[in-house]
Write a protein that binds this ligand. Structure first.
Ligand code: BGC
Length: 732
C-alpha cells in the first residue's frame, strides 16, 4: 500500500549524518538542545517547505511518519499502547514483522491498574513503559485509554480505567506523568464518547452537555491540564453528527480552546474521512487510513492542493506543524536521550506489583482465603483460564510478552512439591460434558478446588471491535462451578475477565471469589501470592457489578446499542454507581468494593477549612487503623452528596481517595484535600462549573456502599469556577 517505499536504513543514516553535521557547526537553533522548545519549533518551521510540512501530518507506514533527511528530521514512530510496547508489524500491513527483538514487558490490563486505586503505582508503570518505548525507538505511546465504562458489555472495558471520571482521571494522570518523565509522549485516547465497540466506525453519539462535561470529558481534561499529555487520539465514532477526529466542538472548541491543549491530535487508525473537515476541525496527524496510498491521505496531497489553491490559509497548516514539532522536540527526536531499557527485572516487578495490587477479593466467607499450603495435600486447579495465555489478545493492546506466567504455573511455582496440584480444563469453546466430569473428579479428590473462570479476548468477549452479547460466563462455566462446588465445598472461584460477569447461579454457594482481571505477564505469580496470603488483596472495583444486565443504566434506559447507527445516552449523568445509588438498586458488588485478609477501622473524622487562596477548599481527615494481624492496604474513599441541589445530581460522587499501606495494628491519620471542583457541577446555562452554596455531606468509607464516617459542610456562597469561598464546617 505504500506509494514509494523508502529504504528505511538509508533514510535513518542520512538523517543522523545531516543532524550530526549541522550540530557540529554550532548549527541552527532547532538542533540546539539548549534552546527553548518554542524557539526550536519556530526555527524549524521556517525552514520547512510546503511539501515537507505536509509530510509531517500523515503516516508513511502503519506507525511512522516520514523522515526529512535534508533537515535531519528522523522518522517518527508511534506504538500501541497501553499495556506495554506492542510488537512491530510490517510497514504496510497488520502482519507481525517477525522480529526477535520486539518482546516487551506486558503490564496487566488497564482495568486492573484502575483496580489498584494507586496513582503512584500507575506512574511507576508509566515510567517502565516509557523506558521500554525508548529502548524500542518509539516516541509516542498510544495510551492510556480513558473512555468511561458505560455498559458492562463494552468490548474494550478491559483497556480502560472504569466507570468513574475522577478515578480514571487520577490513574491516567499518574500513568501519563510516568511515561512522559522518560521523554516519551503519551497519547490519551479515544477522544471522546467511544463507549461501545459495536458500530464504532459509524456510530453517532448524542448526549446532553452536562453529561459530556461531568462524565465523559473529565479524565481527558485531567490528562491535558494536569498531566500535560502531549498527544490526544480522536475516537472512531461520531459525536453530535461529526466524526470525532474531525469534530470542531470537541477538538477546536473544547480541547484546544477551553483547555489550551498545545500538543497534537492524531486520528485513530482509519478514523479520518474528509480533507476539509480534518483540516479545519482540529486534526494534526492522520494515521492508518485504509485503502489509500500514504500520499493520498486526506491530510496529504488533497490538503496540499487546497493550500496551493488558497482554499486553506497557511496559518492552518503551520498550527498543525507546530503541534507536531512540539511533540518531536519534547520526545528528543533530534537530541541525545537516555537509551531506555527493555525487559528488565524491575519492569517485571512493576508488572507483578500492579497485578497483585489490582486483584479484588469479592467474597471471602469464613476466611476461606488465604490458603495455607501446609494444610493442603492436594489442590485441584480447574478451568481453561488457569492455562490460557492472555497477553497477546484483545487486538491493538496485545503485547508480545517476553514470557507469561499462567495461574497454574504461578500456583505450582508457589507451592512447589509440597502440594500435589492436579489440573482439569473444565470448560472450553468446544464444550463437552466430559470436561465437567473430569473437573468434578479432580475436585472430589482434592482438599481445595480453585476454578479459574471468566472471559478471554476472543470475539464478543474482552476485545476491540465487538461488544459482549450478555453478562453470562460462556461455555457452560456456571454449570461447571456449581458442580465443582457440589463435589468440594472448599471451592474458590477466580475470575479472569476485563469486565463484570453475572454470578447468580453459584455465588451464594461458593465461599470465596477473586477478580484477578488479565494480570499481564506476571499475572499467575500475582494471583498465587494473593491466594496463599503472601500479599493481602487490596484492589477495589473500578466499576459496578450488576446483578442482571437490565439493572445497568444504559440497558435499563434501553439506550444501548442504539438504532440505525445512532445512540442517545438517555441515562445522562447516571452512569455506574451514580445510577445504582440514585435509583436505589442493589448491585451484585458495588463500585469501590474489595475485601482484605485484614481489617480496617475508620474513626475521628474532621473537616477543616483551608485558608490559602487557590488551594483546596477543605480537607477531610480521619484515622485509619489496621486492626488485624496481617499487613494490608486499604483504599479509603471520599464521596460527596449535595443536599437539595438546584439541578438534579447523582446521589453521591467520588471526589477523593487514598490507598494506605498499614502494618498489623498500625494506624495513620489520613488527609484528603477537597478542591472546589469536588463540589461543583457543570451548569449548561452559564457554561461553567458551579459550586453551589448549601449543605453537603462528606462520606468516607471502604466502598461506595460501605461508608463508615460522615461529616457536613456548608458552602455559604455560590461560586462559578475559581471564586474563593468562605465555608462553614460542621462535623457530625
Ligand atoms: C485502536 C487504537 C489503536 C490503533 C492503532 C485502533 O484500532 O482503536 O486504540 O491505538 O488502532 O493500533
Amino acid at each position: 500500500m505504500r506509494a514509494n517505499p523508502a529504504p528505511l536504513m538509508l533514510v535513518l543514516l542520512l538523517s543522523v549524518a545531516v543532524a550530526g553535521g549541522l550540530r557540529a557547526k554550532g548549527g541552527p537553533v532547532y538542533l540546539d538542545a539548549s534552546q527553548p522548545r518554542e524557539a526550536r519549533v519556530e526555527d524549524l518551521l521556517r525552514r520547512l517547505s510546503l511539501e515537507e510540512k505536509i509530510a509531517l501530518l500523515h503516516g508513511d507506514s502503519k506507525f511512522t511518519t516520514a523522515a526529512i533527511p535534508r533537515l535531519g528530521i528522523p522518522r517518527r514512530w508511534l506504538s500501541d499502547g497501553p499495556h506495554g510496547v506492542r510488537e512491530d508489524i510490517e510497514p504496510d500491513t497488520w502482519k507481525p514483522a517477525g522480529r526477535t527483538d520486539d518482546y516487551a514487558t506486558c503490564m496487566p490490563a488497564q482495568i486492573a491498574l484502575a483496580a489498584t486505586w494507586d496513582p503512584a503505582l500507575a506512574q511507576s508503570e508509566g515510567e517502565a513503559i516509557g523506558q521500554e518505548a525508548l529502548a524500542r525507538g518509539k516516541q509516542i505511546m498510544l495510551g492510556p485509554g480513558v473512555n468511561i465504562q458505560r455498559t458492562p458489555l463494552g468490548g474494550r472495558s478491559f483497556e480502560y480505567l472504569g466507570e468513574d471520571p475522577f478515578l480514571a482521571g487520577r490513574m491516567a494522570t499518574g500513568y501519563i506523568r510516568g511515561v512522559q518523565s522518560q521523554g516519551v509522549a503519551s497519547c490519551v485516547k479515544h477522544f471522546a464518547a467511544n463507549n461501545q465497540e459495536l458500530d464504532r466506525m459509524i456510530l453517532n453519539v448524542e448526549m446532553d452537555e452536562r453529561t459530556l462535561r461531568e462524565i465523559y470529558l473529565p479524565a481527558f481534561k485531567a490528562a491535558v491540564e494536569e498531566a500535560g499529555v502531549l498527544a490526544v487520539m480522536g475516537a472512531y465514532n461520531q459525536f453530535r453528527g461529526q466524526h470525532c477526529c474531525e469534530n470542531d466542538y470537541l477538538l477546536n472548541k473544547i480541547l484546544k480552546g477551553e483547555w489550551g491543549f498545545q500538543g497534537l491530535v492524531v486520528s485513530d487508525w482509519g478514523g479520518t474521512h474528509d480533507t476539509y473537515q480534518a483540516a479545519c476541525n482540529g486534526l494534526d496527524l492522520e494515521m492508518g487510513t485504509e485503502n489509500r496510498f500514504y500520499d493520498d491521505y486526506y491530510l496529504a496531497s488533497p490538503f496540499l492542493a487546497g493550500l496551493r489553491s488558497g482554499q486553506y490559509p497557511l496559518s492552518l497548516l503551520d498550527d498543525k506543524v507546530r503541534r507536531n514539532l512540539r511533540v518531536m522536540f519534547a520526545t528528543h527526536l533530534f537530541d541525545d536521550h537516555a537509551p531506555g531499557s527493555l525487559n528488565t527485572a524491575a519492569h517485571q516487578a512493576t508488572a507483578r506489583q500492579v497485578a497483585e495490587q489490582g486483584v479484588v477479593l469479592l467474597k471471602n466467607q469464613g476466611a476461606a482465603l488465604p490458603l495455607d499450603p501446609l494444610r493442603i495435600h492436594c489442590l485441584a486447579v480447574i478451568g481453561e483460564n488457569a492455562v490460557a495465555h492472555q497477553t497477546h489478545g484483545g487486538e491493538s493492546s496485545g503485547i508480545k510478552a517476553l514470557y507469561e506466567i499462567t495461574p497454574l504455573q504461578g500456583i505450582i511455582g508457589r507451592v512447589g512439591d509440597r502440594v500435589n496440584v492436579t489440573y482439569a480444563k473444565g470448560y472450553g469453546a468446544e464444550g463437552s460434558p466430559d470436561l465437567i466430569h473430569e473437573a468434578v473428579r479432580a475436585a472430589k479428590e482434592a482438599d481445595v478446588a480453585i476454578v479459574f473462570a471468566g472471559l478471554g479476548h476472543g470475539p464478543y468477549f474482552d476485545t476491540e471491535g465487538t461488544d459482549r452479547k450478555d453478562l453470562r460466563l460462556p461455555y457452560g462455566q456456571d454449570e461447571l462451578i456449581s458442580q465443582v462446588r457440589q463435589a468440594n465445598p472448599k471451592t474458590v472461584v477466580v475470575l479472569v475477565s476485563g469486565s463484570p460477569v453475572q454470578m447468580d447461579p453459584w455465588l451464594a454457594d461458593v465461599p470465596a471469589v477473586l477478580e484477578a482481571w488479565y494480570g499481564g505477564m506476571e499475572g499467575g505469580n500475582a494471583v498465587a501470592r494473593v491466594l496463599f496470603g503472601d500479599v493481602s488483596p487490596s484492589g477495589k472495583l473500578p466499576c459496578t457489578y450488576p446483578k442482571r444486565l437490565e439493572d445497568s443504566p444504559a440497558h435499563a434506559c434501553k439506550a444501548y446499542p442504539g438504532t440505525n447507527g445512532a445512540v442517545r445516552y438517555d441515562e445522562g449523568l447516571l452512569v455506574g454507581y451514580r445510577y445504582f445509588d440514585t435509583k436505589e438498586i442493589e448491585p451484585l458488588f458495588p463500585f469501590g468494593h474489595g475485601l482484605s485478609y485484614t481489617r480496617f477501622e475508620y474513626s475521628n473524622i474532621k473537616l477543616t477549612q483551608e485558608a490559602e487562596a487557590g488551594g483546596p477548599l477543605a480537607k477531610v481527615e480521619f484515622e485509619l487503623a489496621n486492626t488485624g494481624d496481617r499487613a494490608g492496604a486499604e483504599v479509603a474513599q471520599v464521596y460527596i452528596h449535595q443536599f437539595q441541589p438546584s439541578l438534579p445530581r447523582p446521589f453521591k460522587e467520588l471526589k477523593g481517595f487514598r490507598k494506605v499501606f498499614l502494618k498489623p495494628h498500625e494506624r495513620q491519620t489520613v488527609s484528603i484535600p477537597l478542591e472546589q471542583s469536588a463540589f461543583a457541577y457543570y451548569d449548561p446555562d452559564q457554561g461553567g462549573w458551579l459550586a453551589e452554596k448549601g449543605d453537603y455531606e462528606i462520606l468516607v468509607g471502604s466502598s461506595s456502599r460501605d461508608l463508615r464516617l460522615s461529616g457536613k459542610l456548608t458552602l455559604e456562597q455560590t461560586s462559578l469556577k475559581r471564586l474563593i469561598l468562605s465555608a462553614r464546617l460542621t462535623t457530625h
